[in-house]
Ligand binder design. Structure first.
Ligand code: SAM
Length: 259
């Protein structure tokens, strides 16, 4: 993972970045002025949500905006050295969903896709509040990319989109199919691997996946895997998947786990 600058970040719309200038507007500008008392010459850290991280110096402050000069630029600061797509059945509880979103951002997940399964509540929830949580968690943890959120994707579409090699998490997976064993096997097989790893995970709803869905996943050459004997809540399962990948691979491709 690229080094993280731990000063408070501000979010800028990528369209407000041009050459050596960027402009903070609305809440971000107000926050910089009210909380940090930003004025001419104040240094700030700004991220654009698409991988750009900037060290800037405030040039001009007005009620509506802060015009800043970019003094240095970093690509993908605070981002994981892998791509993790988390497919998760829609959670019934809005609170649990919000906690899940915040923590997945911290673990470096690139996309959260809320999937409709046979036993999941079919609900296309507004994502604007979830996106606000993403923005705030991104700034808090030092990432430079916003995790995307997609809703209303069918189980079949999720399987087809990823093709072979995705992981479907299932309480009834064979005891030998432990996700953590597969992860450590993959790390040992490719120590110091320089290509970027990609993981797709699919976690089911409170009622679990149906036998037909498990069969469909196997037919699509997904791996049906276990997180151990205990039944975890869906959000705990999703977070332990993201957390395991973060711990094993989050410090860069040079990390070996077999030493
Ligand atoms: N009774 C359900 C079942 O039979 O699968 C329990 C579902 S669990 C509350 C919600 C989801 O979390 C599951 O569909 C699965 O994706 C994941 N999960 C929970 N515990 C798990 C475990 N021990 N191993 C693998 N996945 C698990």
């Amino acid at each position: 993972m690229r080094r993280i600058d731990r000063t408070t970040s501000f979010l800028v719309d990528p369209e407000q970045v041009a050459n050596d200038r960027l402009v903070l507007v609305a809440d971000e500008a107000a926050h910089a002025v009210k909380v940090l008392r930003a004025k001419e010459g104040t240094p700030l850290r700004v991220v654009d949500g698409v991988g750009g991280a900037y060290t800037v110096r405030v040039l001009r402050v007005s009620k509506q905006e802060l015009v800043c000069e970019i003094t240095s630029t970093q690509r993908d600061a605070g981002e994981a050295p892998y791509d993790l797509l988390m497919y998760c059945a829609m959670l019934k509880s809005r609170n649990r969903l919000e906690v899940l979103v915040e923590k997945l951002v911290e673990f470096g997940v690139g996309s959260l896709v809320l999937v409709e399964t046979s036993r999941a509540v079919v609900a296309r929830r507004a994502v604007s509040r979830l996106e606000r949580i993403v923005r705030s968690a991104t700034k808090q943890c030092g990432r430079s990319r916003l995790m995307s959120i997609e809703t209303g994707v069918s189980f079949g579409t999720a399987l087809a989109r990823e093709g072979a090699g995705g992981f479907l998490f299932h309480e009834g997976a064979p005891a030998r199919s432990q996700f953590v064993d597969m992860l450590s096997g993959s790390a040992k097989a490719n120590p110091g691997e320089s290509t970027r790893r990609r993981f797709a995970a699919l976690v089911g709803p409170e009622g679990g996946f149906t036998d037909a869905e498990v069969a469909e996943a196997l037919a699509a050459r997904w791996q049906v895997v276990s997180l151990g004997e205990r039944r975890l809540r869906a959000e705990t399962a999703a977070l332990s998947v993201a957390g395991s990948i973060h711990v094993m691979f989050g410090n860069g491709p040079q990390r070996r786990i077999d030493q």
